[in-house]
Design a protein around this ligand. Structure first.
Ligand SMILES: Cc1cc2nc3c(=O)[nH]c(=O)nc-3n(C[C@H](O)[C@H](O)[C@H](O)COP(=O)(O)O)c2cc1C
Length: 183
């Protein structure tokens, strides 16, 4: 596949075939990402936690009340984190790495979906007026409750991964010329 073909065929995949992903395949994708993703001052602050245990995937899928349920049916997923002790730009570096990982997965025939963690509450509905001012639990705090996440590693997103059940549809073509300024 050319890079253009990879870019065009990467779509968010939320339904996966029951076929499992091999740890060797996933490890290869993660090492490729760690080696090639650009990072501020080449600090390589991105970290990964791979999950292929179905019961842990089910627990992770409950991290938010909206947008994370698909993780329960994925054969595998990768929590993408940034080491905050390495750089203040951990989030920027992790977002680039997550994107590179999704593109590498596409080339390997795997579908994936970015499920956001950073800054997201577990329950999206705002607390009703007059309710106790307890800060709501975040998705990241929930994950820290059962995953071995070192204190200085900050979760950005969870990339659900697996073999797609159907070919991905092409992106819709829009006239985006108003989003570009040439000087
Ligand atoms: C920062 C970010 C957060 C996202 N969060 C979620 C999410 O929580 N749940 C989900 O199902 N998809 C999530 N997505 C996937 C987007 O919905 C998807 O990329 C977008 O609709 C474009 O579709 P495409 O990926 O098929 O091109 C997220 C994507 C990004 C980049």
């Amino acid at each position: 596949m050319t890079l253009t073909e990879v870019l065009k065929s990467r779509r968010s995949v939320r339904k996966f075939a029951p076929q499992s992903t091999s740890r060797a395949t996933v490890e290869g994708l993660l090492k490729l990402t760690l080696t090639t993703a650009p990072s501020s001052k080449n600090v390589r602050s991105t970290r990964f936690i791979v999950v292929d245990d179905p019961s842990t995937l089910r627990r992770i899928s409950a991290m938010r009340d909206f947008g994370s349920a698909l993780i329960a049916d994925a054969p595998c997923g990768v929590l993408v984190l940034g080491d905050g002790s390495a750089t203040d730009l951990w989030l920027d570096n992790a977002a680039i790495s997550a994107t590179v990982l999704q593109l590498a997965a596409t080339e390997a025939g795997l579908g994936s979906c970015w499920v956001h963690v950073n800054g997201r509450p577990r329950v999206s509905k705002a607390p009703v007026e007059g309710s106790p001012a307890e800060p709501a639990e975040t998705a990241a705090e929930y994950l820290r409750g059962f995953l071995p996440i070192p204190a200085e590693w900050n979760p950005l997103c969870f990339i659900a991964m697996g073999y797609p059940t159907e070919p991905t549809k092409p992106h819709s073509e829009k006239d985006d010329s108003d989003k570009i300024i040439f000087i």
